[in-house]
Design a protein around this ligand. Structure first.
Ligand code: DC
Length: 225
């Protein structure tokens, strides 16, 4: 069974995807981590402004997940970069990977291979239900009002010890990321046609996960296991 979860930054899809995967006993694939890892590599190699080299390196890099950890750790050429890729400096430049059509082609290929190997999984990103797994058994599209998504982002950053935050600035960053994610030429963020919409603005994580699990359980007989 393939379950895809797409949606913009701060829609709650990562936390929900992890819990849905745990409740279904399936692996959880964080495809954003793959784009972040390719961008981290480009940053470390000093090739941020060279899309051809980023694409070339992407094809040669080893990107692996260590599924024994929850959430799965991501290994870039064998090195655990799970924390590094979440740093704001990397978030800011991840577009160099996400906007690069050759990188997308390669990562889509790798994501489909992971899907084939696992057989069943819960995968999250921007293009999982539209491009990568159009045949998925269940597709969810999560969204929330931008102000709420900014509030969540601030809470996340504060947890990491970041106290000096400007609400308007964080909201502006969220809106810019939305624009960038939905307007890219290849693999833009868009709602899969047959997706189940969940507006998480006023939902707790538990309520969001319950809604998804309940939908899957109600329709599961039609799904391949
Ligand atoms: O979900 P995230 O914030 O970790 O994603 C990081 C970036 O990668 C984000 O700007 C969108 C992009 N992304 C993408 O273009 N396609 C995906 N399938 C997943 C993420």
């Amino acid at each position: 069974m393939i379950v895809t979860i797409d949606g913009p930054a701060g829609s709650g899809k990562s936390a929900a995807a992890l819990q849905v995967a745990a409740r279904l006993g399936l692996p959880h694939l964080d495809t954003g981590a793959m784009y972040r890892a390719v961008a981290l590599d480009a940053l470390e190699e000093g090739i941020l402004h060279d899309p051809d080299r980023i694409a070339q390196r992407c094809r040669l890099l080893s990107l692996e997940f260590d599924w024994s950890k929850t959430p799965a750790a991501i290994l870039l050429n064998g090195r655990n970069v799970s924390d590094l890729i979440r740093q704001p400096e990397v978030t800011e430049i991840t577009y160099v990977a996400a906007d690069n059509p050759w990188v997308r082609e390669e990562l889509v290929r790798q994501q489909r291979l992971i899907g084939q190997k696992c057989g069943s999984l819960v995968t999250e990103g921007r293009d999982q239900g539209t491009i990568v797994f159009p045949q998925a058994d269940f597709k969810f599209y999560l969204n929330a009002h931008p102000e709420e998504r900014a509030r969540r982002r601030i809470a996340q950053l504060q947890k990491k010890g970041n106290v000096d935050l400007d609400v308007d600035e964080v909201l502006e960053q969220i809106l810019q990321r939305d624009m960038r994610d939905s307007s890219r030429a290849v693999g833009p963020l868009s709602r899969p046609k047959n997706a189940i919409d969940i507006d998480t603005t006023e939902l707790s994580l538990e309520e969001t996960v319950d809604a998804m699990i309940s939908h899957i359980q109600t329709h599961a007989p039609a799904a391949k296991n």
